[in-house]
Design a protein around this ligand. Structure first.
Ligand code: NAP
Length: 236
């Protein structure tokens, strides 16, 4: 075990932004704990994969406990796992509500609590939530109250945690994306989604990765909700 090397835990790491984050942190020589339901073993000795539902505390316990025992420390947690269900408010089902609260809120709660306990032992750490710019600019053509309810809560919790742990050497930030070209959005929807951004196009996965890597190195930045949204939160 090399105690000089940093360790990042990435949730929702099987595809999209999460899979790109695993690669980006490995490129920075971090060791990585990558978790998602469908993730398989990695052939990279510096990537530990943990498969499971992030809403289940046991998944979080395995990710943090096995990460500590394999790599010896936890420096960064990226709460990237998330689901998005857009519907008129009255059409949301109880199953929709349970699913989105389970992944976006309960998932955040379990693994963040366990990661912070590990970070406190070394008096340092960094946590990033991926939220959404929709929280700040609701749209009549994208009814998504459960996205606002859950991701808005994460924005608020980001500030609360940042203040609670500021003197413990643990920074807490969020990235609020616009609409990003990930597997979440089929290619045939892209033209319509491009038009929803003041800059005239969707974001790339690399735009979100770059923002997280900036926050990783920004030692004086905590409690920040960094919008990476092609101008959406500024206006239309
Ligand atoms: N793409 C966008 O336009 C956009 C915009 C704003 C915010 N975001 C946020 O960015 C984050 C990543 O989005 P993305 O575009 O990369 O989405 P994605 O391609 O749909 O990937 C979502 C990831 O979350 C994991 N996940 C979903 N449910 C899970 C569960 N119950 N337990 C564990 N893992 C679960 C998935 O893995 P498994 O299916 O293998 O479990 C997958 O790895 C999400 O939090 C999303 O809300 C995305």
């Amino acid at each position: 075990m090399d105690i000089e090397r940093k360790v990042a835990v990435i949730t929702g790491a099987s595809q999209g932004i999460g899979a790109a984050l695993v690669k980006a942190y490995r490129d920075r020589n971090y060791q990585v704990v990558a978790t998602a339901r469908s993730i398989g073993p990695s052939d990279d000795d510096d990537v530990l994969t943990v498969s499971g539902d992030i809403a289940d505390r046991q998944t979080a316990e395995r990710a943090i406990t096995e990460g500590m025992s394999w790599f010896g420390r936890i420096d960064t947690l990226v709460n990237n796992a998330g689901i998005f269900i857009a519907k008129p408010f009255t059409q949301y089902t109880e199953a929709d509500y349970a699913a989105i609260v389970g992944v976006n809120i309960t998932g955040f709660f379990h693994i963040t609590q366990l990661a912070i306990a590990a970070m406190e032992m070394q008096h340092s750490g960094h946590i990033v939530q991926i939220t959404t710019s929709l929280v700040d600019h609701a749209r009549s053509d994208v009814p998504a109250v459960l996205a606002s309810l859950t991701k808005g809560s994460l924005n608020a919790a980001t500030k609360s945690l940042a203040i609670e742990y500021a003197k413990h050497g643990i920074r807490v930030n969020a990235v609020a994306p616009g609409i990003i070209k990930s597997p979440m959005h089929p290619i045939e929807t892209h033209a319509q989604l491009d038009a929803m951004h003041p800059v005239g196009h969707m974001g790339e996965v690399s735009d979100i990765v770059d923002a997280i890597l900036y926050l990783e190195s920004a030692s004086f930045v905590t409690g920040e909700i960094l919008h990476v949204d092609g101008g959406q939160s500024a206006g239309h």
